[in-house]
Design a binder for this molecule. Sequence first.
Ligand code: CMX
Length: 434
Amino acid sequence: MENKLKQKFEKKIQPARDERKELISNHGNKVIGDITLRQIYSGMRGMISMVTETSKLDPEDGIKFRGYSLDELLNLLPTYKGGKQPMPEGIFYLMLIGELPTKEDVELISEEWKKRSNVPDHVFSVLDSFPKDAHPMTQFSAAILALRGDSYFMKAYNDGVRKKDYWDSSYEDSMNLIAALPRIAAYIYRRVYKENRHISPNLNLDWSGNFAHMLGFDNEEFHELMRLYLTIHADHEGGNVSAHSSHLVSSALSDAYLSFSAGMNGLAGPLHGLANQEVVKWLLKMKEYYNGDIPTKEQVSQYVQKTLSDGRVIPGFGHAVLRKTDPRYVAQRNFALKYLKDYDLFDLVSKVYEVVPPILEATGKVKNPWPNVDAHSGVLLLKYGMQEYDFFTVLFGVSRSLGILSQLIWNRALGSPIERPVSMPTDIIKKNLI
Ligand code: CMX
């Protein structure tokens, strides 16, 4: 399979190179957006400044992967035998090749990742040297760097590989890294929370199923949840903090390990991926505040007001691009409506969904009062017994590897240049106003 996928990818390269060359030489001077002073002071919001092939985020319609909405993909991507949820192998194929996968394509990727899933012992030694209370994202990022000794790209680069062939060793690194991540993540989980009682991989399972198994969850419903979870978190176009920081670092020809680890350091921030842990903390604190009972809508409303008046954000709500309920939230809510109907924390999440948007809207400043992906993911995991919420961002990170690394392979194939925008001090900006 490896060759099949790699060969298929290789066939896509030249036409894409020609297309990019043609676009730049025939339309290179076309202006595709103006930049305002407000934008450069506001985190470059809305500024078109990079090219990402794998997915595109629409403020109203949400994420589209190679033109397909999440809703469509939940029906179109191949599922695991007897299951209903999409397999993340499928979304990886779609992002890399640009076409919908067949069941066979997906099964072959599963097999390929199994073959590459061995993690060298020194990576576990690095993890064992961390204090157990080091945040799981710190351990995750460090373990990715520890894997780097195996970088095919760095070896090829040191051996003088030609630019047009950079993609080949980057493909190898990316496939190896994706294959190793579940084992690394599961090792962190079992080390920190389960007294180092590790579970050997079950290579009869798919990527998600084996990950769930190594974490210690063999319930088939949880395996299905993992497939959904690892699919929907995979990519959110190129400008979000994790994808963009990986992209920036890889543009200096840093290999897949250095680049992906950089992205994970961005994902670990509370305004980005760490929000999934913050949501659970906030929900559980709210429950505790009301003596362990699920609060009424009025009480939720009071608690939300209190959070805002304490000068804090409501975690899991708002977005820099989206302007409606995140389709990834809806996908998880639909899963919960099927499997978690009577779960009290799902009831709380549903109340929060009703109560928060009008309150955020009334502040007059929040541009998107609706929930994002992180508002829902935590309770799904809690329901199946995964209580250790400071681990949740690692799950997000495992999934995000699919988007970031398929894009990295493309960037190498297309010879994307080093990223180097221009910055300005305020006094020069002021002079330009006159
Ligand atoms: N609760 C309270 N205030 C919020 C808010 C929220 N959920 N979302 C935005 N605001 C505030 C901002 O802090 C900002 O306030 P100031 O002007 O006082 O600084 C104002 O509303 C305008 O912000 P915005 O333009 O609507 O939002 P941004 O693009 O600046 O920020 C985001 C987007 C996601 C960082 C923000 O909505 C937020 O902090 N949300 C909570 C954290 C969260 O859920 N992050 C996860 C996002 C998804 C992901 O990446 O995983």
